[in-house]
Write a protein that binds this ligand. Structure first.
Ligand code: ARG
Ligand code: ZN
Length: 492
């Protein structure tokens, strides 16, 4: 749709005649991406979503998903057109109740043209009706939706939303969620937050979940399958819902011995990170062949492979640490991944020390010593690893090493003040590596530029002095094996 540009002087006289608002400038399409240099097409411009209401129906046998998504959003420019990121087949789109034209473009853009332009700063309601077989849809040659023996799982990073709901798919646009899923009776549907209701009718059961604190799109999760569900409450009073696939076999006991410690571990972490930011807790272990875990908000996703060689509370520590570092304080851009993964790994080191299985310094020494100077490990800069190395082991291990170096530089008092103050400073928001450096400098009163450069950005093994005491090769800390088990991150 084209809009006339009117010279400001002429505006007053012609605006009535043309029946355009007196402020009319040009209404233009929102950008196809939100502006992330790692992933230029991810997210979109021109609006900001505040809430997703997803009403879904899923058939495990055929992998058919059908749904209606209602988005509440506010425009951030005068919009003639805007995109959502989505892969399934859309049958109808309405904007503020009025049918809108739509088409697809690029790898995952749903392009929506409302009948009239949308002025900047207005609240809009977008309804999208859709259906499809998510496992049959690919973008960039891959699918992350997993069709399992008895259901499906949507859990991946950065890409998972495209296969099950239309969104502004980038952590910069956080929103609250209602997820209501109808599944055949006897099958369960798991998502984020609190379970509001469960209703059965005509052979189908509807699970209604609500996540009522800002949540990034990749942290929204859906799992359908035959689960055994356990409930409880942390000592601090947060309700817990865990779910274990009934097909876990010999990994079932180890999974439960780990995930059932969710309340205890979340309470323990709040001693370091401050109050838990949400009103629900839990974890789920679906029947999937892939190996990674993911910090899906309030209710992390754990692959059964994390428990293949026995109980692994360390991975629970990792994913729950993300609830503060990564979920509550989200990335501004994907290059800022260290403010998420570096700290989740460091939390595992703190847990190791707590369990008497090796101190954080011993684990740091171990990482430092186990990678010789010519190891490619040191060429990855955790502070800006590039999209191909976003989940490289260096982001985790070198990233945590950098945190130990910071601790040694500023001392325990300042360090633990930073660790606890950071989530509160940016709660429910977004931040960058640069923001973190600035904050640590403010709290410690030190210039940390050289330290951050050395440990997070230089493509070389740092000289040992800053991390200190890295003289002799340390003995293998007992917790090393468990931490290694959580390293299994997969590329698509
Ligand atoms: N944030 C996840 C974790 O550290 C990593 C997920 C990476 N996996 C992947 N398939 N991209 O637990
Ligand atoms: Zn992680």
């Amino acid at each position: 749709m084209h809009y006339r540009v009117i010279a400001p002087g002429a505006l007053a006289t012609v605006s009535l005649l043309l029946a355009v608002p007196a402020f009319a400038a040009t209404y233009t399409p929102g950008a196809q991406g939100i502006g992330d240099p790692y992933y230029p097409a991810y997210g979109n411009g021109g609006y900001d979503v505040s809430h997703y209401d997803l009403r879904l129906r899923y058939q495990p046998v055929t992998d058919e998903l059908e749904g209606t998504a209602t988005l509440r959003a506010r425009t951030t420019q005068d919009l003639s057109q805007f995109d959502l990121d989505f892969l399934l087949n859309v049958s109808e789109v309405r904007v503020n109740g009025v049918e809108a034209a739509f088409t697809t473009s690029g790898e995952h853009e749903l392009v929506i043209t409302p009948r009239t332009g949308l002025a900047k700063g207005t609240d809009i309601t977008v309804v999208v009706r859709y259906r499809g077989i998510p496992s049959s849809k690919k973008a960039y040659g891959f699918t992350t939706w997993l069709h399992t023996a008895d259901g499906a799982v949507a859990a991946n990073e950065p890409e998972s939303a495209w296969w099950w709901f239309p969104s502004n798919d980038h952590p910069l646009d956080k929103a609250t969620y209602d997820v209501s899923v109808r599944v055949p009776e006897g099958t369960q549907a798991i998502s984020n937050g609190r379970l509001r209701s469960t209703r059965s009718r005509g052979g189908w059961t509807t699970y209604h979940w609500r996540s009522d604190k800002p949540q990034a799109t990749y942290l929204a999760t859906l799992a359908v399958g035959k689960f055994d569900i356990t409930t409880g409450k942390s000592e601090s009073g947060i309700p817990i819902i865990n779910a274990y696939s009934k097909n876990l076999g010999d990994r079932d006991a180890a999974a439960r011995a780990s995930v059932e410690r969710t309340g205890e571990i979340a309470d323990w972490l709040s001693g370091y990170f401050g109050p838990y930011p949400y009103n629900a807790l839990g974890g789920y272990v679906p029947d999937v062949p892939t190996g990674f875990a993911l910090e899906t908000q309030t209710r992390p996703y754990y692959s059964p492979r994390q428990f293949a060689s026995g109980p692994n509370p360390s991975v629970v520590v990792h994913e729950l640490a993300h609830q503060w570092y990564g979920d509550d304080v989200s990335l501004k851009g994907w290059k800022d991944i260290w403010i998420s993964e570096g700290f989740a790994r460091y939390a595992q080191w703190l847990w190791s020390e707590h369990e008497g299985q090796g101190t954080t310094q011993e684990l740091a020494d171990k990482v430092y010593a186990s990678h010789p100077a010519d190891d490619a490990f040191w060429t990855v800069a955790p502070g800006d690893p590039g999209p191909d190395n976003q989940f490289d082991i260096a982001v985790y291990d070198r990233g945590a090493l950098a945190i130990q170096a910071l601790r040694n530089e500023i001392g325990d008092d300042a360090f633990f003040a930073v660790l606890k103050g950071w989530p509160q400073k940016h709660t429910y928001g977004n931040a960058s590596v640069a923001d973190f450096q600035q904050y640590a400098e403010k709290v410690s009163g030190k210039d940390l530029g050289p330290l951050f450069d050395t440990w997070l950005f230089e493509p070389a093994k740092p000289a040992g002095r800053a991390a200190a005491r890295m003289s002799s090769l340390p003995a293998q800390p007992e917790s090393w094996k468990q931490i290694e088990a959580t390293n299994e991150v997969h590329k698509h």
